[in-house]
Design a protein around this ligand. Structure first.
Ligand code: GLC
Length: 717
């Protein structure tokens, strides 16, 4: 055998041996404990390879490391489903034809279901579709608290209350991560407006931070085990959130024990030293060549020179590796599924259960098709497809059923359906006249009014300028109502809108939100009574903007680049109830086609972790099955520190047949009574009197009871 052949023989033998050894490498063995796999891989990585993992190599990926069989890592927006492929190096769509996904209703609609189990179902669908689309990290849910009704991304978040937001986020995250996909809860923290979002410096007192703006993130970390947290764009107390030592190191990783990874918002990283030392683990979306990212070349140079500790690098890499291992990047990658009938059914169910019946005088709804022979459907929001709008949360949906399509499909065999645009940016008076005529000639007129995702409406990147429905929709509604007393208004919005002067004259109003790809079917099923609406508002609808705390106190949108949250704890209904201001529609409000009765409130010492258990009877006293969201609020009689008049601390969505009643039991843990005491740097549950308020909304309290807590224990917060 000549020398060359001999050499090839030995080389291939040693290579085979290497591969065999690699194949046996502990980190590649899914049977091994995660931490052991992390440590095994970490020790094999070079300095350069470690740094490679800490920054993007395209808009939504990090680089593969073939030597170690580390594949490219893919991230994708967003909270409503798997976004179309973007880039790779620009914000433009990649132009693929295989990047369609199921489009769920906007998150504010999900919040309006008050159904954490359904949120988990939705998360499972999104996780399945992420697998099918080859994504390891899904950039959602968004849990920023609705502080101003003008917030451009209100549609993308879960409302004004930390408890509801936390419950819904935990369900959603558990769903996504049950499929082996990482959820990335965002935007940490205090990113509550779009105005000046990249640089506004937010200042607030510690109690507002702890009691309002952090709880949902804390629940995501400590209850749902979220695998990633996205830093926000804004500054908090003078330091960018993606490099904020207090938020990322002291609170998230220190107090809360978060061991997974912090990802920057896209373009939210600003300084190598701060990113290196203050808790950022992955830099994405910086507007620079990838090699010039703050955690790329400059960080590598600083590590080599000893400016930055290697221990800090290894901590970042460990956090990335934990998530990579948790998302099967070294194992048999599950294949997932896309747009199945089951996925579509979940999208429709979220839409149906999230729609909120705001007003329904004389049972104007549901519409009885055996008595209706003609319908006038009015408004361009009956025909506009919304899925793709709103920027990063937009979805390239397989299809989208518009309200008009849904109504024609559902009612077209029973009644003639006419459509008139009614209003629009370029609409002239003839459009209004056409709509009024259509209404005059029909048994029932349904006006679809709304905002859409254009700039200064419901979209990322800009806030709204006012609460008005644009393009003269309010005037149109009034004219249609004059033409036909049987006028129903359906709102297609992602945030509160003003409704005077037409509201008083209109017998029924349904808030349908942006209800996803099945929204048209869902809204038809609610309007014609196939589905009994059960949604409840996750936010206050104010009568006028200046009633809202951030506006009443002149705190929004901030001055000279700083915004002080002057309202403190008094966000949403906390403000309206404490200041006794009448809202247009209250937090937690939502009507049904049936009625519910509450009785027999009992407050008893809780079992296990529950300090108290709230028990009451709930009866469906109407003629049809329905679901009610029973809400439990607490009021502390004489707190040592000021507290909002009432705070939501429990709820349960219960379906009851006509005539059925159930005894409902809602546990309240110690933390439910606690407030944050900055002097003690901790949560305190005080002795003393509390009132328990049980109701169908924050303003429709049906039962009240008093209890006296006789223990002062540091809550296990
Ligand atoms: C956007 C958003 C964030 C999104 C990210 C990637 O600017 O703030 O929510 O996940 O960039 O698109």
């Amino acid at each position: 055998m000549n020398h060359t052949l001999l050499l090839i023989f030995f080389l291939s033998a040693s290579l085979a041996g290497t591969l065999a050894a690699e194949d046996r490498a502990l980190y590649l063995d899914p049977a091994q404990p995660r931490e052991a796999r992390v440590e095994d891989l970490l020790r094999r990585m070079t300095l350069e390879e470690k740094v490679t993992l800490l920054h993007g190599d395209s808009k939504f990926t990090t680089a593969a490391i073939p030597r170690l069989r580390i594949p490219r890592r893919w991230m994708s927006d967003g909270p409503h489903g798997v976004r179309e492929d973007i880039g790779p190096d620009t914000w433009q769509p990649a132009g693929h034809t295989d990047d369609f996904s199921t489009c769920m209703p906007a998150q504010i609609a999900l919040a309006s279901t008050w159904d954490p189990a359904l949120a988990q179902k939705e998360g499972e669908v999104i996780g399945q579709e992420a697998l099918a689309r080859g994504k390891q990290i899904m950039l959602g849910p968004g849990v920023n608290i609705l502080r101003t009704p003008l917030g451009g991304r209100t549609f993308e978040y879960l409302g004004e209350d930390p408890w509801l937001t936390g419950r819904m986020a935990v369900g959603y995250i558990r769903g996504v991560q049950s499929q082996g996909v990482a959820s990335c809860v965002k935007h940490f923290a205090a990113n509550n407006q779009e105005w000046d979002r990249m640089s506004i410096n937010v200042e607030m007192d510690e109690r507002a931070l702890r009691e309002i703006y952090l709880p949902a993130f804390k629940a995501a970390v400590q209850e749902a085990g979220v695998l990633a947290v996205m830093g926000a764009y804004n500054e908090f107390r003078g330091q960018h959130c993606c490099e904020n030592a207090y938020l990322l190191k002291d609170i998230l990783k220190g107090e809360w024990g978060f061991e997974n990874m912090v990802i920057s918002d896209w373009g939210g990283t600003h300084d190598t030293r701060e990113a290196a030392l203050n808790g950022l683990d992955l830099e994405m979306g910086t507007e620079k060549p990838y090699a010039e990212y703050y955690l790329a070349g400059a960080y590598l140079a600083g590590l080599r020179s000893g400016q930055y500790p290697m221990a800090g690098l290894d901590d970042k890499v460990r956090r990335n590796l934990r998530v990579m291992i948790a998302t099967h990047m070294f194992d048999q990658y599950p294949k997932g599924s896309l747009n199945t009938a089951a996925h579509q059914a979940v999208a429709r169910r979220v839409a149906e259960r999230g729609m909120v019946l705001l007003k329904n005088e004389k049972a104007a709804l549901p519409l009885n098709l055996s008595q209706i022979h003609s319908l006038a459907i009015i408004g361009e929001n009956a025909v506009i497809k919304q899925a793709h709008g709103g920027e990063s949360s937009g979805i390239k949906a397989f299809y989208e059923v518009t309200p008009l399509e849904g109504i024609i499909h559902r009612a077209g065999k029973h009644a003639t359906v006419t459509y008139a645009r009614g209003y629009g940016a370029d609409a002239g008076p003839e459009v209004t006249e056409q709509a009024v005529r259509a209404a005059q000639q029909a048994d029932v007129a349904i006006v679809f009014a709304g905002l859409g995702h254009d700039e200064f409406r419901d979209t990322e990147g800009s806030d709204r300028k006012d609460l008005k429905l644009p393009n003269g929709q309010g005037e149109l509604i009034s004219k249609v109502r004059q033409a036909n007393p049987r006028t129903i208004v359906v709102l297609v919005t992602g945030s509160p809108v003003q409704m005077d002067p037409w509201l008083a004259a209109v017998p029924a109003v349904l808030e349908a939100w942006y209800s996803g790809m099945e929204g048209g079917s869902a809204v038809a099923r609610v309007l014609f009574g196939d589905v009994n609406p059960s949604g409840k508002l996750p936010c206050t609808f104010p009568k006028r903007l200046e009633d809202s705390p951030a506006h009443a106190l002149g705190a929004y949108p901030g001055t000279n680049g700083t915004e002080r949250y002057a309202e403190g704890l008094l966000v949403g209904y906390r403000y309206f109830d404490t200041k006794e201001i009448e809202p247009l529609f209250a937090f937690g409000h939502g009507l049904s086609y049936t009625q519910f009765e509450y009785s027999n409130l009992k407050l008893a010492k809780g079992q296990g972790k529950a300090l108290e258990t709230v028990t009451f009877d709930l009866a469906n006293t109407g003629k049809r099955t329905g679901a009610e969201v029973a809400q439990v609020y607490i009021h502390q009689s004489n707190p040592r520190l000021p507290r909002p008049f009432k705070e939501l601390k429990g709820f349960k969505k219960v379906t009851l047949e006509a005539g059925e009643h159930q005894t409902i039991s809602i546990p309240l843990e110690t933390g439910a009574f606690a407030f944050y005491d900055p002097a003690q740097k901790g949560w305190v549950t005080e002795n003393g009197g509390f009132e328990i308020l049980v109701g169908s909304s924050s303003r429709d309290i049906r039962l009240q009871g008093k209890l006296t807590l006789d223990q002062s224990v540091p809550a296990a917060h």
